[in-house]
Design a binder for this molecule. Sequence first.
Ligand SMILES: *[C@@H]1O[C@H](CO)[C@@H](O)[C@H](O)[C@H]1NC(C)=O
Ligand SMILES: *[C@@H]1O[C@H](CO)[C@@H](O)[C@H](O)[C@H]1NC(C)=O
Ligand SMILES: *[C@@H]1O[C@H](CO)[C@@H](O)[C@H](O)[C@H]1NC(C)=O
Length: 377
Amino acid sequence: MKCFAAVVVVLGLLGQGLADTDKCDSSNCAIENNCRCSTAENPIDVSEAPQLVVLAFVEALTSELYTSRWSVLLESRKNPDDSYIGATFYVPHEYTDYQRVQDLAAIGFEVGVHSISSLSISSNDPHQDYWKDANQSLLELEFGGQRTIISKFANIPEEYITGVMTPQLQLSGDNSINAFKAQGFSYDSSWHSKTALFPYTLDYLSGQVCDVGSNCPTESHPGFWEAPINDLAGQNNAVCATVAACFKNTTDLTKQEVSDFVYQQVEKQRNKKKAPVTLIIESTWFDQVETSWDGLVDALDRLEALDDVFFVTQARVIEWLKDPQPISNFTTNLKEVTAGCSQYSCTLTKPDGTTRYMNSCIPCPKTYPWLGNPEGN
Ligand SMILES: *[C@@H]1O[C@H](CO)[C@@H](O)[C@H](O)[C@H]1NC(C)=O
Ligand SMILES: *[C@@H]1O[C@H](CO)[C@@H](O)[C@H](O)[C@H]1NC(C)=O
Ligand SMILES: *[C@@H]1O[C@H](CO)[C@@H](O)[C@H](O)[C@H]1NC(C)=O
């Protein structure tokens, strides 16, 4: 009996305190076991490593934005392995055209989740309390619900939808990770980092700094990946997480200055450890800074010409860490969804009584899909 009690005590300790007490190293955290410590070190010789760049999008995917901006920006670009480039769209619900979401997935762009109600919440919640203080059940409705909506109305099998980027990059500590795991996600990309880090798993307490005012996970979440948003450096070394935020105070830049800025965000890592660079691109930037579109296109042209720079999905960055191939062997490895899309244009009512138009790949639901009713029954 005594012996049995001792075992229980030990297990209890392990369950509670693993993340806090055990330091992560290669002896207790091996990639073969889907475990990776948080580190700024490249898994292979830097001179042979590809520089991975993730272009990430978090806005509602309207037909207008798809046609006038994103397809123009991304289509027909190629990586050094001669594959078309990858990119990741973390899709919020409201105003999104799910036929266009299917179009993105069909050409191999990654579709992830940005929540159901971010656009209804953001203007009333300047301190992001809704997201920072949310409990697990609300977060499951927000992110799991959006995974259901995308899968159903864009006709994308759920196994393709594995990642989350949260509104305003706000986590609610362990509640968020517990919710993401419970809803079948395998990674989060919402935690920005001053130090350039490679994606890692949350088995052990992360070495990543948690900013004052942020709510970062502290418990152990074995096998769940964090893909940090490595900070960009704006003018006068101001730190910013998205490209538009870097230009908050400056609107009078030339196209060349914008291009140099974007190019240097990649160059900075490429000259060090080749930590992945995530560039969150928002179309509001094109309205704020007149030269931003031409500057961005120019920067992508310059980066595309480099033979060690690959534009990939965030999921591909994580896949690479599980099998870190050198440049010569690196493949973009796009995962095209071939599920097809029938065209339905739906006029639907939101729970608050307002009307939303939604293009869907399957017949229209009864009401506008929403929190707690993602299938629109
Ligand atoms: C979670 O938060 C929501 C919204 O604030 C609340 O309605 C709900 O009761 C909470 N659930 C639990 C289990 O605490
Ligand atoms: C914008 O200006 C404010 C106030 O001077 C400063 O704190 C902030 O770092 C600046 N942001 C950028 C991106 O330059
Ligand atoms: C590169 O790929 C080839 C063919 O798949 C393989 O034989 C070789 O081991 C790979 N090189 C490395 C460094 O993994």
